[in-house]
Design a protein around this ligand. Sequence first.
Ligand code: ADE
Length: 246
Amino acid sequence: MNFHVMTLFPEQINNCLKESITGRAINNGLISVNTVNIRDFSDNKYGHVDDYTYGGGAGMLMQPGPIYDAYQSIRIKLGLPKGDLMDKTSLDKPLRVLYMTPQGTPFTQKMAEDFSKEENIVILCGHYEGVDERVLERIVTDNVSIGDFVLTGGELPATIIIDAVSRLVPGVLGCDESAVYESFYDGLLEYPQYTRPVDFMGARVPDVLLSGHHKNINEWRKQKSLERTKERRPDLYEKYINEKTE
Ligand code: ADE
């Protein structure tokens, strides 16, 4: 699976992803992260890619040209025809292009699963006050938010998307790692877990987990998952209960 990230800060993306499980997946060739520096496509000798907003208002906006050209360079790299980018429907094979924005659809595990089916994903990271609407209209297929708060740019959100999607790519997680998170797929939060010592400053591991009785352990875990979800995420709990009783 290949990620192509259009950004003004490629190092922020690369530094984040080169560590840990994503770093191992990159080294093993299971995923690739190709950062494309939008500044390389600036049309002036200063390397500027932003300008004032028509109609007034504070802040600078990213110009459409450099982003358009950066996107074209990715299409060329993938061997895709240039097409007429001014008409999205004329492209024979639309590429999935995610624009990271607080105005997007809130990112979920289900979206991560959907994105993980693509061979190539392009991610556009905005900066300053935003991006000229004309280029967004023509190349973006998905507007994605990582939550109802505003960050300084799309780089951290992009690394979050890449992390969540990568761990669904076969082989990226070892068996031990994948098992740990499986219960989330049920729509419930993870149950509490314990490791050694059995007694930590007087707080003991629940007896049932030491019993070796797998049926009881599974029941206890399911019960704790339900309790935890009800307490911390009543929205998810309602959804789970409604789906089970349908
Ligand atoms: N860029 C700035 N804030 C963001 C957010 N919450 N989600 C996605 N991209 C963003």
